[in-house]
Design a protein around this ligand. Structure first.
Ligand code: SF4
Ligand code: SF4
Length: 289
């Protein structure tokens, strides 16, 4: 099985549009995974049937036992994040600010503070018309999205069966969720667009991806909006030995598809045609038929 992640240096480049299009027009048995757990959108585009949902517990959070608390305020004095607050005449932990450092439990003379695992989100598996999908949702204010990405990838592997392709919609940027996504992949498709900052982001993303020994392919979205910068991106890719597998034109049909919550490849349009060509080139490179 080939494991492929679609990633981008920043949000708004058309990464999810491209991942959904590839999933939609791929002719090989596949399993899908949405690793963009802070803004998971594949589910919205494929409107799948939910199979399972389970809680995701991330790091621990502090909790004060009111029966033991003697109201001394030592924990609040030592919490550097201002997470221990006074509510209803008692000390309590504001989970939005708690950074799970454990200092309050350490300093409390009454042993009234315990660190307990907290539910940070949920992980689901669903059946789409284009293969099974593992996806997740991180609750607002919860951290640890890298760990959640790792967990959702495990669910996808469990669903993979005889699939020839594991296709991941990755997170934007180069942080912990991206690293969790790229780890263990065979290849990444980096989606970029013709802009000076996008070129800079592309360079940073390539540097990170190279550390994982994955094959790197590049797609340039809306390439015709600034053809001079598009040429600079292609020059950069040439110097770095990266294959540009496709250039997608600006196309109002993409905006219409996103508005209607469907993959752009469901209707004929210039972008849909370019995406089919991209799929052929990329899948040939990956040995997928
Ligand atoms: S340090 Fe312990 S006893 Fe003192 S206010 Fe905090 S929880 Fe209560
Ligand atoms: S665990 Fe750390 S951040 Fe959270 S309430 Fe205790 S001292 Fe504050």
């Amino acid at each position: 099985m080939i494991r492929l992640a679609v990633v981008s240096g920043k949000g708004g480049t058309g990464k999810t549009m491209m991942a959904a299009a590839l999933a939609d027009i791929s002719a090989v048995p596949q399993v899908l995974v949405d690793c963009d757990v802070d803004a998971a959108n594949l589910e919205l585009l494929f409107k799948p049937r939910r199979l399972t949902t389970e809680e995701f517990r991330g790091l621990e959070a502090a909790r004060i036992d009111p029966e033991r608390c003697r109201d001394c305020g030592i924990c609040a004095d030592h919490c550097r994040f201002g997470a221990i607050v006074r509510r209803d005449d008692a000390w309590t932990v504001d989970l939005l600010h708690c950074e799970d450092c454990g200092v309050c439990a350490y300093v409390c003379p009454m042993g009234a503070v315990r660190l307990e695992p907290r539910v940070c989100g949920e992980i689901s598996t669903s059946a789409t018309g284009r293969g099974n999908l593992a996806h997740a949702r991180l609750f607002p204010g919860s951290g640890n999205s890298g760990l959640l990405v790792t967990e959702v990838k495990k669910r996808a592997m469990n669903l993979a069966g005889d699939a020839d392709l594991l296709l991941a919609d990755g997170p934007p940027g180069i942080g912990c969720p991206l690293i969790a996504t790229v780890s263990g992949m065979d290849a990444v498709l980096i989606v970029t667009e013709p802009g000076v900052s996008a070129l800079h982001d592309l360079g940073r993303l390539v540097t990170v991806c190279r550390r994982f020994g994955v094959r790197i392919f590049v797609a340039i979205n809306r390439f015709d909006l600034a053809e001079d910068i598009c040429e600079r991106i292609e020059d950069y890719c040439g110097k770095e030995g990266l294959t540009v597998v496709g250039k997608i034109p600006f196309d109002p049909g993409v905006i219409e598809a996103v508005r209607n919550g469907r993959p752009v490849t469901r209707r004929d349009s210039p972008a849909a045609g370019a995406l089919r060509t991209l799929r052929d080139t990329l899948f040939a490179e990956l040995g997928l038929r």
